[in-house]
Design a protein around this ligand. Sequence first.
Ligand code: SF4
Length: 278
Amino acid sequence: MSDYYKPHRRAEWNYGGPNWKLSRSKIDLFLECPRCFYTDNKLGVARPPGFPFSLNSAVDKLLKKEFDSHRAKGSAHPFMKKYGIDAVPLQHTKIEEWRDSLRAGIAFRHAPTGFLVRGGVDDVWVRPNGELIVVDYKATAKDGEVNLDAEWQDGYKRQMEVYQWLFRQNGFHVSDTGYFVYVNGKTDREAFDARLEFDVSVIPYVGKTDWIEPTLAEIKKCLDSENQPAPAEHCDYCNYRRAVAEVSQNAANGLVSVKKLPHQNIGKNSSTEKPTLF
Ligand code: SF4
């Protein structure tokens, strides 16, 4: 079995167990497909994870170091000056905890549902009046200017909104405007030459958090139900699962024969053989 994927989670990590928490990525999964969310959080079988994006992590780490050096000095990073943002990286005893998305993050117990909602933020800046700014680092490599216009980037926006909401629930005064520090790998160089260069854009985004409370109520209803919700209408994962079930059933019923290529038939008389099921 892969080290990255254990299909059956222990009950204490599922909804109703003492270790269950609602992360911002799970909120996004619910919005994408309540059935997959239910299967993951209530029944304990999550989708296999994607493999780690090491280059993105390296960029995040370097950006973090760069902003941390200004955090220590209490000074504005040149990007902030370039984009006219009157702020400095926040100094706070909990900043490392809030940024630890795997083990900690910023959390809040939401009384109406009883959920412990949490998320790990990339950075927080602060304006002279004490208002916090939520910041997210993103890395990509695409031609042209980066922006937030694609439909698939709605998840980025919701991510920022959940962080803004979490900081407000923790009693902080938080700006509606957050920033994406977006780095874009340049692919128009003559040669790689063991260097990858980036353009950096700081993109403002005005968050709206009014969808979060009703969504938490919907999630509670979903998790408390005994019925698995319907699958999402357009989902490649489900189409794949359905197709696999279909061909496997056909193969088990002897309805499928696989024609072998000539080089696979050496030393054998038959040109058909039952396939291995998976
Ligand atoms: S449609 Fe199926 S596979 Fe896709 S997200 Fe929903 S339950 Fe999961």
